[in-house]
Design a protein around this ligand. Sequence first.
Ligand SMILES: Cc1ncc(COP(=O)(O)O)c(C=O)c1O
Length: 394
Amino acid sequence: MEFSQRISSLKPSAIREILKMPNDPDLISFAAGNPAPDSFPVSAMGRIAATIFESRAASALQYGVSEGYTPLRDITKKRMSEKYNILGENDDLIITSGGQQAIEMTAKIFLNEGDTVLCEDPSFVGALNAFRSYGANLVGIPMDDEGMDVEVLSQKLKTEKNVKIIYTIPTFQNPTGTTMSLERRKRILELAEEHDVIILEDSPYFELRFRGEDVPTIKSMDTNGRVVFSGSYSKILAPGIRVGFACADKNIINKLTVAKQVSDVHTNLFFQMLTTEYLDKFDVDAHIKKVCDMYRTKADKMIECMEREFSPKVRFTRPEGGLFISCTMPEGFDGAVLASRAKEHKVTIVPGCAFSADESKVCPTFRLNFSLPSLEEIEKGIGRLAKVLNEYVG
Ligand SMILES: Cc1ncc(COP(=O)(O)O)c(C=O)c1O
């Protein structure tokens, strides 16, 4: 069978492949990017689901509009503008099937074959693959503790051809866990203005801050409609509902709506209704606070175990929110080698190369997730990993 170049050039996600591993109860996964299942508001959602089916089953089961269920758009717009100043006068919002679809459709409406996307290196593989699937030339920009290196970004904007999108996850980045400083956010916006490119600000984690002070989103500083903000209910409510959104200039939202019509017509209406009711009747901010408290405890536990058990040759990030910690071994070591050895010792991690714009690159890094495992699993899993890691780095 001859498949399109578009799909042939994509590799299956390393993370999804790791998740397919046999269901061994003794296996400890630090590989997944899953929220903690006990953070899902199950009982509230169950009650809401029953009410929707009792009172409005026909509308929940009917076709809906592509822009999204109007009450959900309204409540999301209100929350995003009042709390985060994300929606400007000329902006609008579309509900998407997760943040992933907002990214994929943004790629679709802006990228021609061969156009360049400048992205953080490392970055979220789901987005990188979306860009690859539209034939984009991916150029990675190195990162440090304050996010994307804006000096390199500035150079690449001058030297790379047809740059269309700067893709960034400024808050609690995946995979590094780092948060971009305000100065850099401002600078990236300035550079985007100067070079007339779009910024795709992907922020599914920004409300999951468990320490430190909020940093304004890039979108909140955008006065010229150049930023597409991609958000999600996956990490604050539950990922299985597949409800996300994009906020952007009205003209961009109109194009995203056309893209949505040919993609899946509209996001699952039942779960849009359920999300609306939850936001309307329950205190979502109190819920988010509870989730943050849980993740703070887990992140602190993981860091405490890593400090105690890992070789001092291994550096790691100390995130103030989100789901991930990124670790760096000395130069010359390979995260992929460590991942396969760790798997033999029943602990899974994701090697850094899975997040690289250049997939052939050997990376001395690996990502750990702290939201899914229990505190006991963190203790045990870091112990197992430390054994393999310390043997490897010597
Ligand atoms: C950085 C980033 N963006 C977007 C997504 C997509 O999330 P969802 O489609 O569940 O909203 C993820 C999921 O892990 C992510 O890590």
